[in-house]
Design a protein around this ligand. Sequence first.
Ligand SMILES: [Zn+2]
Length: 49
Amino acid sequence: MAKCPHCKEEISLKDIDRETFGAGFLKQEIMYSCPYCNSVIGFSRGNYR
Ligand SMILES: [Zn+2]
């Protein structure tokens, strides 16, 4: 369980907004954003998903 650093709402993984950038599996970035306040929480990159 994560907490949004901006609005302090608890966010579960199934609620989190994910946007995936990049085509293919070699270069892909995923942006996580809070579904409550739409603040960007973080990025992850990689091909593990
Ligand atoms: Zn938030």
